[in-house]
Design a protein around this ligand. Structure first.
Ligand SMILES: Nc1ncnc2c1ncn2[C@@H]1O[C@H](COP(=O)(O)OP(=O)(O)OP(=O)(O)O)[C@@H](O)[C@H]1O
Length: 309
């Protein structure tokens, strides 16, 4: 998605909120929109999402599927959570047989099970915000636009936001996100777009010390996945995906293989220069590696330029 010389004002003779704005993000990239209150962050996000049209200029290369989570989810609609999400899944193009299960999946994932049959106007702000997140993810978006997504969320849901972002990025989507609480320190690889006086200054994502990045695949016991992911994130790594590829419990484990039952695919995307990612696989599973070694192996392998020797 690219904004090309975009100008916006809300009224014909009103002040320009954005002037001559040219910024963009590509597949697998994220940008955090920063700036003081009222400076135009939401306006920029709405232009990117296609909710607003530029007064001048244009927005190009916007993916077909955009997930848009506004700062305040408009909960004044007379539907239950499940009915609303099922309807939104249909709007997003899912068939009648897929829409209900997709809604149910996201109800569960966002901890909304107890609110399934509650009408939207009766939800608290934070719960409504979760419904907003769910509707944006019903079909994985090519561009996910999140306006202050952490606002009003409880701790469990706040933890989920970076995971959703990672999923969109890992699938080759783009993410644009505004944040005045500084929560996006959790997204160290995101570009920073600062809005000030009607203009947007973009600073590219940091390649980190040592330049090119590596993707490291690690295997951990299923019971330790959450712990391993949390520690990798706390160390500033970018967890791309968690998958479960367990052998059936009774299946024999071939000699020399670890009986690992869960794995996390960490850590980083390819370098900004567009070179292919270096992929290395480090097995630390099987329950025989103490936590410190497990973490050490993952982090060592994630260091730029050291993944393949
Ligand atoms: N629908 C609207 N009609 C008229 N003016 C608007 C409208 N929406 C926003 N504005 C004005 O545009 C400017 C930018 O607003 P915007 O909501 O984009 O800022 P923001 O940086 O997201 O603010 P905040 O951090 O408080 O959410 C503000 O002066 C605001 O009053």
């Amino acid at each position: 998605m690219r904004c090309e010389d975009v100008w916006l004002r809300y009224h014909r003779r009103g002040p320009w909120v954005l002037r001559a704005t040219s910024v963009g993000i590509g597949p697998g990239e994220a940008a955090v929109v920063l700036g003081r209150n009222g400076v135009g962050k939401s306006t920029l996000l709405q232009l990117a999402a296609g909710v607003l049209r530029p007064t001048r200029g244009r927005v190009v290369d916007r993916p077909r599927r955009v997930g848009w989570v506004p700062e305040r989810f408009p909960a004044d609609q007379p539907f239950t959570v499940r009915r609303y999400l099922t309807g939104m899944a249909r709007v997003a193009g899912l068939g009648p047989a897929e829409a209900g299960p997709a809604a149910d999946r996201w109800v569960e994932r966002l901890g909304l099970t107890g609110f399934r049959d509650v009408r939207l106007p009766e939800l608290s702000k934070g719960t409504a915000q979760k419904v907003g997140l769910a509707q944006a993810m019903l079909r994985r978006p090519g561009l996910l636009v999140l306006d202050e997504p952490w606002e009003g969320l409880d701790a469990a849901a706040r933890e989920l936001v970076p995971a959703l972002i990672d999923e969109v990025l890992a699938a080759g989507g783009s993410v644009l996100i505004s944040d005045h609480r500084g929560e996006t320190v959790r997204l160290p690889r995101a570009a920073r777009w600062t809005v000030s006086d009607g203009t947007v200054t973009a600073e590219g994502p940091s390649a980190g010390p040592g330049g090119p990045l590596a993707v490291v695949e690690i295997a951990v016991p299923a019971a330790r996945v959450a712990h391993a992911v949390a520690r990798l994130r706390a160390d500033g790594h970018h967890v791309l995906r968690v998958r479960s590829d367990a052998a059936p419990p009774d299946a024999p484990v071939p000699p020399g293989e670890h009986p690992a039952v869960g794995s996390a695919l960490a850590v980083d995307t390819a370098s900004a220069a567009g070179s292919a990612p270096i992929v290395d696989s480090v097995e630390v599973g099987g329950g025989s590696v103490p936590p410190t070694d497990e973490q050490g192996a993952a982090v060592r392998a994630a260091e730029p330029g050291r993944a393949r020797r």
